[in-house]
Write a protein that binds this ligand. Structure first.
Ligand code: COA
Length: 261
């Protein structure tokens, strides 16, 4: 039975899962319920036949305009720790998922919005997108991984500048600094995201999962260990039916039919 969500829309169509944060009146701000439901949705993606997932925001203004400031204004330090832990757990689950996640950023991606997008494998954005970590304007700091993942994505100097100033960057600048992969007109964002998701879903799922795992682990380790991880994952694939099918299909000059085994 499909899970019902209070704050999300969730669908899987043609092997692509789409998770839409659905609080447009609050610019899709992340409160504890949204974080909990997003984490559940990541599990649901893993239990579906989706080969890729898209995360986006409802409405035409925001992807996610940050952690919910109204909710945070009432939090004790203990509650804030639980909130931050939940945000970190969500990012971790996205990164640990066997399925690539694509953030389709349709507007403001601020604070927790940038952090959610950074937890995804890569980011496509509309021309209207704005990214930033404006927490210092509130007397706060990034709490869902922004101080770490932003630096790993765009380099520590640029990340420091964004985190210390709270400045926002537009889509073109985000592309230039390597935060995002692609900028498209607003009406074309979901088309572009679905196209790349469909392309990924058409590949061998076990190979994609191994690529994702090795690239995530390797990014934070030394080159020799990372290459060892790759070699180990590479030879493991030779035991899969999909590798036999993929190589045979090439030699027989036909399209492969992958079964995910
Ligand atoms: N948390 C809770 N509510 C938020 C929110 C957030 N992060 N961001 C926006 N909202 C709410 C607003 O309070 C407003 O609610 P209301 O209609 O009940 O008053 C609604 O969403 C619309 O936002 P509004 O500020 O009126 O839209 P705007 O177009 O004038 O400004 C932003 C858009 C994104 C510039 C502005 O909403 C903003 O600065 N948001 C906070 C960004 C932030 O600091 N994020 C990091 C949090 S750690």
């Amino acid at each position: 039975m499909a899970t019902t969500y209070e704050t999300l829309l969730f669908e899987v169509q043609d092997k692509t899962a789409t998770i839409t944060v659905n609080r447009p009146d609050k610019l899709n701000a992340l409160n504890p319920t949204v974080i909990r439901e997003l984490t559940r949705a990541v599990y649901e993606v893993s239990n579906s036949d989706a080969g890729a997932a898209i995360v986006t925001g409802a409405g035409d203004k925001a992807f996610v305009a940050g952690a919910d400031i109204a909710a945070m204004s009432k939090m004790s330090t203990t509650e804030a720790k639980a909130f931050s832990d939940a945000g970190h757990r969500l990012a971790w689950h996205i990164e640990q998922s066997a399925v690539p996640f694509i953030a389709a950023v349709n507007g403001f991606a601020l604070g927790g919005g940038t952090e959610l997008a950074l937890a995804c494998d890569f980011i496509y954005a509309s021309e209207k997108a704005r990214f930033g970590q404006p927490e210092v304007n509130l007397g706060l700091m990034p709490g869902f991984g922004g101080t770490q993942r932003l630096a790993r994505r765009i380099g520590i100097g640029r990340a420091r500048e964004l985190v210390y100033t709270g400045d926002l960057v537009n889509a073109d600048e985000s592309l230039r600094i390597g935060l995002i992969n692609r900028v498209v007109p607003p009406g074309e964002l979901m088309v572009a995201a679905r196209e790349v998701a469909a392309k990924i879903s058409s590949k061998a799922p076990v190979a994609i999962a191994r690529c994702k795992r090795v690239m995530a682990l390797g990014a934070d380790t030394d080159l020799a260990t990372a290459c060892e991880l790759e070699a180990s994952a590479f030879h493991g694939l030779f035991g899969t039916e999909d590798a036999r099918e993929g190589t045979r299909a090439f030699l027989e000059k036909r399209a492969p039919k992958f079964e995910g085994r």
